[in-house]
Design a protein around this ligand. Structure first.
Ligand SMILES: [Zn+2]
Ligand SMILES: [Zn+2]
Length: 187
């Protein structure tokens, strides 16, 4: 058995019983939104499984470091992860009629009384990662014109673009004036 599966022991089927479990999880890579995370070291997880009466509550945390790309400059950036795991596994699911809402809320324990933690750990990480990972708060990103990393080099593109914009505005102006003239001639 790998370190991402919990075998629920018979003692946990009595109300108010609980057991803690911990282990490591090394995902190959995780795609989260537009970002792909890789892991040099396994993530550490620990959870407490407790019997709440009708369900097993799995609650705990998953911590570690993921590596992804800075959303502005595309350099590798290490993101500390600290996700919260929480899920309910309904006991005696086959005897209970579930509404649709309840079906979304509860997981169903496998026949062999195992809990596969991978989806829980991945969901916890997904909630925890930043929407836009950045190598640093004030990352200057990549120049859209010449492609240099503006954290490391500077380029004249922004200046050239501003000059071109100014010239464009100037070029538009005579026409605007001409239009005004025409209008006043007509009236
Ligand atoms: Zn960056
Ligand atoms: Zn440039």
């Amino acid at each position: 058995m790998d370190q991402t599966t919990i075998q629920v022991g018979p003692e946990l089927f009595a109300p108010a019983e609980s057991s803690s479990y911990s282990g490591e999880y090394l995902p190959e890579s995780l795609s989260i939104g537009p970002d792909t995370y890789t892991f040099a070291q396994p993530l550490n997880w620990n959870v407490l499984v407790s019997n709440t009466g009708g369900a097993l509550l799995v609650a705990g945390s998953v911590t570690g470091v993921g590596t992804t790309e800075c959303s502005r400059c595309l350099e590798a950036v290490e993101v500390p992860l600290n996700g919260e795991v929480e899920a309910y596994y309904l006991l005696n699911a086959e005897e209970t009629e579930l509404t649709e809402d309840e079906e979304d809320e509860f997981e169903v324990l496998g026949e062999d009384n195992t809990i596969n933690l991978i989806p829980l750990l991945e969901a916890a990480i997904l909630v925890d990662v930043p929407l836009q990972p950045l190598c640093r708060e004030d990352c200057k990103g990549i120049c859209p014109d010449c492609g240099v990393n503006l954290n490391e080099q500077s380029c004249d593109c922004a200046e050239a673009r501003a000059k071109a914009d100014a010239e464009f505005e100037e070029a538009k102006n005579p026409f605007a004036k001409l239009k005004e003239l025409n209008l006043s001639n007509d009236s």
